[in-house]
Design a protein around this ligand. Structure first.
Ligand code: BMA
Length: 304
């Protein structure tokens, strides 16, 4: 059967042996920056800590050059208390500013933080933007009705979790939170689900790639799906794929520190080619790439 996504033949494109002192590089975000690409990478050190590192590439795939220092290290309160470990970054560009949302793990649980940068050299922390326990915050690339909009995944008891939507005037104070999409009993996304890449605008709605878990006796299998949200009112789910768009199949998705994980964290659209790049972590160890036709993903979301 033809898949809706196509894996990059040279996957994984980034591995820990390419970064001195790294145990793993995964669940990272890449975006366009002028005529180049920049990424904020989740690099787990051999000493065991998570770090966020900026790297640059001409084509967004090869020859990544890492800046020397880790970024978004907290130096002041409240970030020192709540950002013990920083991981799973997602980048959204709004106007001329890039926003980085990431998980902030701390003694109270996990929260989400948001920071901004214009050049990926100097970063400003904006807020720890949720109570515990929450992960996977992604920002929409434009305000809707004058407000910033985000998706995230608060945890629920019993290891579950659904995708929520919230609004904010300033990225600090969030409200009007409601459930957007729930896990589906006995389907591939019957376990917890969470936002993957930040949504992108298409003619047919906001295209959202998300992750969903299939729980099995000895593991959780992380897969990816696609949904479409109404452009004017993204609380309305227009379409959602019955099947996953991607499940762990290749060795680099099956074998690693956490087996059987594909975890999408960024997309880059090329509308002129009807193409979408999907960046994802493989088995919590390496960075991978897949491509898809935007029109085919939309049809897939509509189960056509
Ligand atoms: C999730 C997050 C991700 C990770 C995934 C699989 O809960 O921690 O960072 O990729 O589990 O281990």
């Amino acid at each position: 059967m033809k898949e809706v996504i196509e894996r990059y033949p040279q996957n994984p494109f980034l591995t820990p042996d390419m970064i001195p002192g790294a145990n793993a590089v995964f669940n990272s975000s890449v975006t366009r920056f002028g005529d180049k690409y920049v990424g904020v990478f989740r690099v787990e050190k051999r000493a065991g800590f998570q770090s966020l590192r900026v790297a640059w590439s001409n084509d967004g795939i090869n020859r990544w050059k890492f800046d020397s220092d880790e970024v978004l290290v907290p130096t002041e309160e409240p970030f020192k208390t709540y950002e013990d470990a920083r991981y799973d970054p997602r980048i959204t560009k709004i106007d001329d500013t890039y926003y980085i949302c990431h998980a902030s793990e701390n003694r109270y649980g996990c929260q989400v933080s948001v920071a901004s940068t214009k050049d990926f050299k100097k970063f400003s922390k904006i807020a720890v933007a949720s109570e515990p326990t929450n992960r996977n915050m992604v920002l929409f690339p434009e305000k809707i009705g004058g407000l910033y909009v985000r998706l995230d995944r608060p945890f629920e008891s019993g290891g579950g979790g659904n995708i929520w939507i919230s609004y904010s005037p300033d990225l600090v104070f969030w409200g009007r939170s409601e459930v957007l999409m729930t896990s589906r009993g006995f389907a591939w996304d019957q376990g917890k689900i969470g936002p993957g890449a930040p949504p992108i605008r298409t003619d047919e709605g906001w295209l959202c790639i998300y992750h969903g878990v299939t729980p099995r006796i000895n593991c959780k299998i992380y897969k990816a799906g696609v949904a479409l949200l109404d452009l004017q009112d993204p609380r309305k789910v227009i379409a959602r794929s019955k099947e996953y768009i991607m499940a762990p199949r290749e060795d680099y998705e099956r074998v690693g520190d956490v087996p059987n994980v594909v975890f999408p964290t960024a997309v880059i659209p090329y509308p002129e080619k009807d193409e979408l790049r999907i960046y994802y972590g493989g088995a919590d160890t390496v960075m991978c790439l897949a491509t898809a036709k935007i029109s085919e993903l939309i049809d897939f979301a509509k189960n056509k």
